[in-house]
Design a protein around this ligand. Structure first.
Ligand code: TRP
Length: 336
């Protein structure tokens, strides 16, 4: 946003897919960073509902999940007055810029996206073209807002690279149109793994519900899931290769309490996994309780959600339209 330069604030942008209730992994790996970044930067956060339709779902489900994810963003404490919290489909420029950028992306470079290869293997019955151009829509999301920084997890780094490549290519033809965004790997950028198979990422689509903690899980459920987390037979709390389960619980505990691994090792010196798990469970439950309560409260207030979404759409559109006008002119569309 142009008016930030005087204050040296950065524009931070990230979107999240509404593919179900987010997990502790999403929270510690992303949302917690977003909340902190929102204090000192101009933040734009959104629900990537256009991306969501690359996977088929019932209309009512898509709508409900989008609203729930939007409510979750509000519940994080992102101030909708200061920041922009919006839904991607409310700003039509995303699809429009996405199309334009499709024409500045080579088939070969899009084919190299590893997430496309993974997803098309997993959804072999619906390898639609949207899945293929997904990263280009994501590039549009980012470039429309001239974002300086994009907090991303490991799995999205390649998409940020292609975004930069597309932007640089466009700029080399038409002059400085887009700002090149930097990835931001936050201090809580830790990857949280499955509680049952700690070689895999924690995922909300895991068929074993004990493998993940959902942000709407009750305190009781959180405690039970942590207590049944897979560990090892050693019964000593320290971080080391080959102790994936304990390493994961230590990461979770560290993210929730701010303690580093050395402190945690000292804290549990001479104690067993039972004590450790109890402490982790309490820390997680304490971290999530206020968020869950706020989320449940916001979800009951449909009018508030609507008001915030309308304001978010309006503020986002104003910025997106400005970039899009420039793009249309540069490319050579006849302007009215
Ligand atoms: N692809 C991202 C994910 O699955 C979501 C996303 C869509 C996004 N547009 C974005 C993330 C723009 C950052 C910036 O997590």
């Amino acid at each position: 946003m142009d008016n930030n330069t005087s204050e040296n604030k950065k524009t931070v942008l990230s979107l999240v897919q509404a593919s179900g209730t987010p997990t502790l992994g999403n929270y510690l790996g992303a949302f917690k960073n977003w909340k902190e970044m929102a204090r000192d930067n101009d933040c734009i956060f959104g629900v990537a509902d256009l991306h969501a339709i690359t996977v088929r779902s019932k209309p009512a489900d898509l709508r409900r999940r989008s609203v729930e994810m939007y409510a979750m963003l509000l519940a994080l404490g992102l101030d909708p007055e200061k920041n922009i919290v919006f839904m991607q489909s409310h700003v039509q420029e995303h699809a429009l810029l996405g199309w334009v950028l499709n024409c500045y992306t080579q088939f070969g470079e899009a084919s190299r996206m590893t997430q496309f290869k993974d997803k098309s293997a997993r959804h072999a019955d619906n390898v639609n073209v949207g899945l293929f151009t997904y990263p280009i829509l994501m590039a549009a999301d980012i470039l429309l807002y001239q974002a300086d920084m994009v907090p991303v997890g490991d799995d999205q780094k390649q998409h940020l690279e292609i975004t930069r490549d597309i932007a640089a290519r466009f700029n080399s033809i038409y002059g400085d149109v887009f700002k090149l965004p930097e990835p931001y790997i936050g201090k809580h950028g830790a990857k949280i793994l499955s509680l049952q198979e700690p070689e895999k990422k924690m995922s909300k689509s895991d068929p074993n519900v004990k493998a993940f903690i959902s942000l709407t899980d009750s305190t009781d459920t959180v405690v039970k899931k942590i207590k049944s987390a897979v560990t090892d037979s050693e019964a000593r709390v320290y971080y080391a290769e080959g102790k994936a389960g304990i390493n994961n619980l230590m990461t979770i505990y560290s993210c929730c309490t701010g303690k580093d691994f050395a402190e945690i090792e000292r804290e549990f010196d001479g104690k067993g996994y039972g004590d450790f798990k109890a402490a982790v469970a309490e820390a997680v439950a304490e971290e999530l309780r206020p968020l869950r309560e706020e989320y449940e409260h916001i979800l009951t207030d449909k009018q508030y959600i609507e008001k915030c979404a309308a304001e978010g759409a309006e503020k986002a559109s104003a910025i997106a339209r400005r970039t899009m006008r420039k793009v249309m002119k540069k490319v050579g569309f006849y302007q009215l």
